[in-house]
Design a protein around this ligand. Structure first.
Ligand SMILES: Cc1ncc(COP(=O)(O)O)c(C=O)c1O
Length: 470
């Protein structure tokens, strides 16, 4: 009887939340009619790599929330205790002119994990704010050195760096930019490191040379005295787990040195363990001048982001007549968020979360590679705990060209089937019109859970192939 009562109460609550959400909650990047005929999924709790919705359905979180819940869902109490202790002592103070212990301790910790010479940390509350801050830091660096014309930025096609105006200007995703254009002037885009659709006889070295030549010729065309900085992710998320080819990291560094361009590495997704290192830059041998981060630093438990700058970038600014980085945010480095991040990093160290990624990444990758036996799996790529499958209707042409449009396939078949299977991950159509499945699970994902995840993918791909594409 009590169980029945609880079920009814739960269902009433669910109905109430559904109605309230439709009326009052404006969802991010969500089509207005998406939930016309299906209920909104309201997530209510989590444990390990698993989450449950209000109706009691269980899902494996193959995307770590939004690429951020690196330690999974079982450390909320411990991180919450750290937040509670901080809140009872000092619930708020800023980092404008003053400081507080959690920000100082966290900055020190982050600097100790960062590549050498990356010593100063500026906190924000999100990835977008971190990239905004980095753009301003780069501009001020050049001004402090008397390079007044260096105002332009280079980023890569299809990259995602955030949604605020400056960060949006960096984005190479036409679909989310064009509504808001004109954006910040002076941002140019170059090719990303997607190799799948490059000529089949092109070697990796030739591909790297192509990418670097393109950047160099753009700098020359724009005028080296006008180019301020370049933004890259170690592994580019948008476009589907795009890893750098051999020689790319060294090549970009030497172009930046040659033309006085600041190298900003957006580690909002790659930072804090996603690729089995504290920073993805370390994995690929990238030598940044500035690193931006967010998401994983607090495993998404509190909103926190920031940037780490090399001494070489910050010192001329602090020695200039302005004597300050001319930028600040009320909540940047909020004490409760910093306390959460310190607790999160402690958990990551104690539970050897990076080791879990290192030990399982080859296994994860090999299991996914085996899915290539499906006619529609064209490419599997990624590193660490970040992988993508690119789906094609024709492996020879590496394209999606059949009676079922890729957008219809993804929205009416693939995404609902994955969801129904209990695997939460991202299914989207990429810029070249091919469907992509993205996986970026919590970094604590075990081998058994990898097996479960890949088994679900296998079933969904088989089922979709059996339905056909005519
Ligand atoms: C690489 C990258 N940079 C920046 C951002 C923006 O972060 P936020 O949504 O916290 O503003 C994101 C968000 O997904 C991202 O993936």
């Amino acid at each position: 009887m009590t169980i029945l009562k609880n079920v009814i109460a739960q269902s009433d609550k669910n109905d109430e939340l559904q109605a309230l959400a439709k009326k009052h909650l404006l969802l991010h990047f969500t089509h207005a009619d998406y939930y016309d005929n299906i209920p909104l999924t309201i997530i209510s709790r989590g444990e390990g790599c698993w989450i449950w919705d209000e109706s009691g359905n269980r899902y494996l979180d193959g995307l770590a929330g939004l690429f951020c819940v690196n330690v999974g869902y079982s450390h909320g109490t411990e991180i919450g205790e750290a937040v509670k202790t901080q809140m009872s002592q000092l619930p708020y103070f800023s980092n404008w002119s003053y400081a507080h212990e959690p920000a100082i301790r966290l900055a020190t910790k982050v600097a100790s994990l960062a590549p050498p010479e990356m010593n100063r940390v500026f906190f924000t509350s999100s990835g977008s704010e971190s990239n905004e801050s980095a753009m301003k830091l780069v501009r001020q660096y050049h001004l402090a050195r008397g390079d007044h014309a260096k105002t332009k930025f280079i980023a890569r096609r299809v990259s995602y760096h955030g949604t605020s105006y400056g960060a949006l200007s960096l984005n190479g995703m036409t679909n989310i930019r064009k509504t808001f254009e004109p954006l910040m002037p002076g941002v140019r885009h170059v090719s990303n490191t997607k190799r799948y659709k490059r000529p089949t006889d092109e070697t990796e070295a030739q591909f790297t040379a192509f990418l670097l030549d393109e950047i160099e010729s753009l700098i020359i065309q724009e005028g080296p005295d006008t180019v301020a900085g370049i933004f890259i992710e170690p592994l580019q998320n948008a476009g589907g787990s795009l890893t750098p080819p051999a020689g790319y990291a060294e090549g970009i560094r030497s172009l930046c040195d040659k033309y006085g361009v600041v190298l900003v590495v957006d580690e909002v997704i790659c930072g804090f363990g996603r690729l089995g290192e504290w920073f993805g830059s370390t994995r690929y041998g990238i030598k940044p001048d500035i690193i931006t981060f967010a998401k994983g630093i607090a495993s998404g438990h509190m909103p926190l982001g920031g940037m780490i700058t090399s001494d070489a970038v910050i010192e001329p600014i602090l020695a200039s007549p302005q004597k300050m980085f001319l930028h600040g945010l009320t909540y940047g480095g909020h004490p409760a968020a910093c306390a959460a991040a310190l607790a999160n990093i402690e958990i990551m160290e104690r539970e050897k979360v990076l080791d879990n990624v290192r030990q399982n990444q080859d296994y994860f990758r090999a299991k996914l590679e085996a899915l290539k036996t499906h006619d529609i799996v064209g490419d599997v790529r990624g590193d660490g705990y970040h992988y993508s499958l690119e789906l094609v209707s024709d492996k020879a042409t590496r394209s999606w060209d059949c009676a079922v449009l890729s957008s219809d396939f993804v929205s009416s078949r693939l995404a609902p089937a994955l969801f129904k299977s209990g695997l939460l991950c991202r299914a989207a159509v990429d810029h070249e019109g091919t469907p992509i499945i993205q996986l970026s699970p919590p970094l604590i994902l075990s081998r058994e859970e990898i097996d479960w995840l890949v088994e679900k993918l296998d079933q969904v791909l088989r089922q979709q192939t059996n339905i056909g594409f005519d």
